[in-house]
Design a protein around this ligand. Structure first.
Ligand SMILES: *Cc1c(COP(=O)(O)O)cnc(C)c1O
Length: 426
């Protein structure tokens, strides 16, 4: 529907090749709506609205055009796009109009529980990892209150590598956050974390794939120690939930992260990251259904189910698209996708090394980080060529995310441009 602008070398149809590297161009100016920003008094004709919209979106990238190297999200699977488009009205907040949705939610929960080796886990569909993490922390606060009453602060232990959604959550919920530094591999430093766990700790959060570097915390060691004190462990697998289980099956040396690990009490997954679902699709699983029950808010309407999520009106279309993606893909589909991602990651690591860049630390999942004296300059220079990478600010590292929307050729092109903008060498 939107037309591609001609200003970007990458958006004219054919993806770039190493022989036709994009040239520098000015960064796109902010879009301004030709009509100003007021709600028009008279509705505009469809053609005009769509033309304005094309202008509004002109600078947007398409995952498929070979320019996006910073995103853990990607294009949904074709079947998920179809289902999403066909079920835009579906509202998980109303089980009377859409009786399919609670059933789909239960089935998605069961499929994801299977993926996380926790058959029988309870779960709730969310708008993404942020809401899922919020619900997990809230469940832990409620559990803590049941055990200790209101007098004991709900202390939550969190690695420095934990996602910034926990900064928002800490601002919203009555918790006291204790931050734990990372180790050399950018995982939470287990040796520093374990001594901080006490019987009245409300929750320990482990990250299975940090979004900054892809580092996977030592979930088994953390959970073994925490459970000895009766302390719940939440695994934030928003990044790694669809990667780690299959990478393990393919022989990668990664720890188990799911409910097969004794002591793990809840898990966040994000089908809209590597699950092939459209945004907004997240999910949280609870080993103990009591944790989910503790999130209940009674509905004011007869026949409408009580709520356990944060949102009221909820995107049922994304849930149905997740259901479709999971069933269409199956374990083998995800395993193949992960095998492809790992191949591309290895290619990227090799190309970077050949071009003289220092990849560090060694990537565990699909995020590749590069040590460089001025990663900001590199990323700005890339952006002037139409390519989006990122800087992990807290780590001072150039950050590249491998995803299934990238071809081998596009990765080669990325490194060629990187080498060029880097001049003589890092
Ligand atoms: C993406 C992500 C989140 C937040 O999920 P949203 O879907 O963006 O709300 C939380 N934790 C990790 C590790 C993530 O990668």
């Amino acid at each position: 529907m939107t037309t591609r602008p001609s200003s970007s070398p990458y958006r004219t149809g054919s993806p770039p090749t190493e022989n036709t590297l994009p040239t520098e161009h000015a960064l796109s100016p902010q879009n301004t709506l030709p009509t100003g920003n007021a709600l028009p008094e008279e509705g505009l004709p469809t053609d005009r609205v769509l033309a304005d919209l094309a202008g509004l979106c002109a600078a947007d990238h398409d995952y498929r055009d070979g320019t996006v190297f910073n995103s853990i999200c990607s294009t949904p699977l074709p079947i998920a796009e179809r289902v999403f488009a066909a079920h835009q009205q579906a509202n998980l907040g109303d089980n009377r109009i859409f009786p399919s949705l609670p059933r789909a939610e239960a089935e998605v929960t069961a499929m994801l529980a299977g993926l996380m080796d926790g058959p029988g886990a309870a779960g709730v569909a969310t708008s993404g990892g942020t809401e899922a993490n919020l619900l997990a922390v809230l469940a832990a606060v409620r559990r803590h209150q049941r055990r200790f009453g209101d007098g004991v602060p709900a202390r939550v232990l969190l690695g420095d590598s934990a996602h910034f959604s926990f900064d928002k959550i800490a601002a919203l919920l009555p918790v006291e956050v204790v931050r734990v530094p990372s180790d050399q591999r950018l995982r939470v430093d287990t040796a520093r974390l374990l001594p901080l766990i006490t019987p009245d700790t409300a929750l320990v959060v482990a990250t299975a794939g940090s979004s900054e570097s892809g580092a996977v915390d030592d979930v088994p060691a953390i959970a073994a120690h925490a459970s000895a004190f009766g302390v719940p462990v939440h695994v934030d697998a928003a990044t790694g939930g669809f990667l780690v289980p299959f990478a393990r099956e393919l022989g990668e040396p990664l720890p188990p992260i799911g409910l097969s690990v004794p002591g793990v009490t809840s898990v966040t997954l994000d089908p809209h990251k590597y699950g092939g679902a459209p945004i907004p699709a997240g999910h949280v699983l609870f080993r103990d259904p009591e944790d989910l029950a503790a999130l209940r808010t009674a509905s004011h309407y007869r026949g409408t189910f009580d709520h356990h999520a944060l949102l009221g009106t909820r995107p049922g279309g994304a849930l149905l698209a997740t259901w479709a993606a999971l069933r269409a893909q199956g374990r083998s589909g995800y395993r193949e996708a992960v095998a492809g991602l790992w191949e591309r990651r290895e290619l990227l690591v090799r190309l970077l090394a050949d071009a003289g860049f220092e990849v560090a630390p060694r990537p565990e999942l699909t995020v590749v980080t590069v040590r460089h004296p001025s990663p900001e300059k590199l990323v700005d220079a890339l952006e002037r060529r139409g390519l989006i990478a990122s800087v992990a600010r807290r780590l001072g590292l150039l950050r590249l995310v491998v995803h299934w929307h990238q071809s081998e050729q596009q990765l080669r092109c990325l490194v060629a441009v990187l080498a060029e903008v880097n001049g003589g060498g890092p």
